[in-house]
Ligand binder design. Structure first.
Ligand SMILES: Cc1cc2nc3c(=O)[nH]c(=O)nc-3n(C[C@H](O)[C@H](O)[C@H](O)COP(=O)(O)O)c2cc1C
Length: 209
């Protein structure tokens, strides 16, 4: 067994990342809401939490597929949602941090539980576990998905998209970068953009119906 595999078995990405302190991690990021409004067309809302921007990119790609399909689509950060009135489909996404969605995404589901329980809802997440193509990684990602089902049992997503995300040290604050370098090096996750746009598009086509 390779040294890296052995290490990965002993200390999972899960265990190690849990060690990362909840410190200020991100350099300041700017997120842009956007929309393709079409009068009289079914309204969909794609919302996301994101610390470093990669999940925003995934959300944007999903919104584009729905827009190209003729829907009236709005894309916004989860913090910017004021109301769900009029939407017939809501897609919620977040990176996995410390084994779970970011708090703001979970809080959104709780806050709008009643409305979400009445309309089409899909979830997605990005994570670095899926940068590795092993059964172990797939099982771990499935555990993340199972965890999302428990956020609020009144809200039942039809599908949960599981996507590999991004590791970009330049986006981290200086102090967090040092720590993250150590953690991800031990896990054997190299810096890179692991998003698979064809898989994201395929999933978007699945949920557009
Ligand atoms: C503080 C922190 C905790 C993380 N925790 C996990 C984790 O538990 N499991 C995992 O697979 N990836 C984890 N990741 C990787 C992120 O999910 C991944 O980098 C994602 O693409 C980041 O999305 P964003 O650019 O939208 O913030 C973590 C990243 C950070 C910075």
């Amino acid at each position: 067994m390779k040294r890296r595999d052995a290490l990965a078995n002993i200390v999972s990405i899960r265990g190690l990342i849990m060690l990362l302190p909840k410190m200020s991690k991100a350099k300041e990021m700017i997120f842009k809401n956007s929309s393709c409004k079409k009068h009289g067309k079914p309204k969909a809302l794609v919302i996301y939490a994101s610390e470093y921007g990669s999940t925003e990119g995934v959300a944007r790609a999903i919104a584009k597929v729905l827009c190209d399909d003729g829907k009236s689509v709005e894309l916004m950060r989860v913090q910017d949602v004021m109301s769900l009135d009029g939407y017939e489909h809501v897609i919620v996404g977040s990176p996995i941090q410390y084994d779970a969605w970011m708090d703001e995404a979970k809080e959104f589901v709780d806050k709008y539980e009643k409305q979400l329980s009445l309309i089409k809802v899909d979830y997605f997440f990005t994570c670095l576990t899926l940068s590795q193509k092993s059964d172990k990684a797939r099982k771990q990602a499935q555990q993340y998905a199972d965890g999302l089902m428990q956020i609020n049992t009144h809200v039942v997503p039809r599908y949960i998209g599981q996507f590999a995300g991004v590791l970009d040290y330049s986006k981290f604050s200086f102090s967090f970068r040092i720590l993250a370098h150590v953690m991800f090096a031990v896990l054997g996750v190299k810096e890179g953009d692991y998003r698979e746009w064809s898989a994201i598009k395929e999933w978007s086509n699945k949920i557009k119906g």
